[in-house]
Write a protein that binds this ligand. Structure first.
Ligand code: E4P
Length: 217
């Protein structure tokens, strides 16, 4: 299972990278704005900075909503760095753009996926990743994890190569449940990854071991 971090915060990306378990980064225009990164020039530079920190895939989202615009933007983004994955919204022209980029050998991440039907279409169009937003489904009292199960079943039925990138992950239980279901990737905040290492018995046990060691020294 791959771990991506869902942020444009360079310090957090560095921290996750230094932990040694990071496989990539996802961003979106809202995450960029949250870090105060606005304007095309600054956003482009920020993508380059992220690619310098991590070894894996870095999703960069197009803003256009028409086919020609997505192709133009996506090609420019892909040319920035070999690690860039072009993030395309799940809309009609987005499907066409996914197919176009797939034919060109450019990696894509189909974003804003909220149903199994959308995930099926994205795979048919040759998306490298599909991003079902589980947290946002949970927010409206719909089981986000059940969607991951449905997509896993469909992709396995037909051996689709599209990787399931469980997005809008909010906490460690999302990560664990996604791992049980067999999602290929999760993307979430740093805390959803570092939270996995915490257990009170680990802390108590370590304290005891160190205290006992000190007794003999
Ligand atoms: C996915 O690529 C999105 O950036 C993200 O996971 C959205 O998460 P949110 O619902 O926490 O904003």
């Amino acid at each position: 299972m791959k771990f991506f971090i869902d942020t444009a915060n360079l310090a957090q990306i560095k921290e996750a990278q230094e932990l040694g378990v990071l496989d990539g980064v996802t961003t979106n225009p809202s995450l960029m704005a949250k870090e105060g990164i606005t304007g095309e020039k600054n956003i482009i530079q920020h993508y380059k900075d992220i690619c310098e920190i991590v070894d894996g895939d870095v999703s960069a989202e197009v803003i256009s909503t028409d086919f020609e615009g997505m192709v133009r933007e996506g090609e420019a983004l892909a040319a920035l760095h070999p690690q860039i994955v072009v993030k395309i919204p799940m809309i009609k022209d987005g499907i066409k753009a996914l197919k176009y980029f797939s034919d060109q050998g450019i990696k894509t991440n189909c974003t804003l996926v909220f149903s199994a039907g959308q995930a099926l279409l994205a795979a048919k169009a040759g998306a490298s990743y599909v991003s079902p937003f589980i947290g946002r489904l949970d927010d409206i009292s719909t089981d986000g994890l059940q969607l991951i199960e449905e997509i896993r079943l469909i992709y396995d039925n037909y051996d689709f190569e599209t990787e399931i990138l469980a997005a809008s992950v909010r906490h460690t239980m999302h990560v664990l449940e996604c791992a049980k279901i067999g999602a290929d990737v999760i993307t979430g905040p740093l805390g959803s990854i570092t939270g996995l290492l915490k257990h009170p018995l680990t802390d108590i046990g370590l304290e005891q071991f160190l205290a006992d060691y000190r007794k003999g020294n």
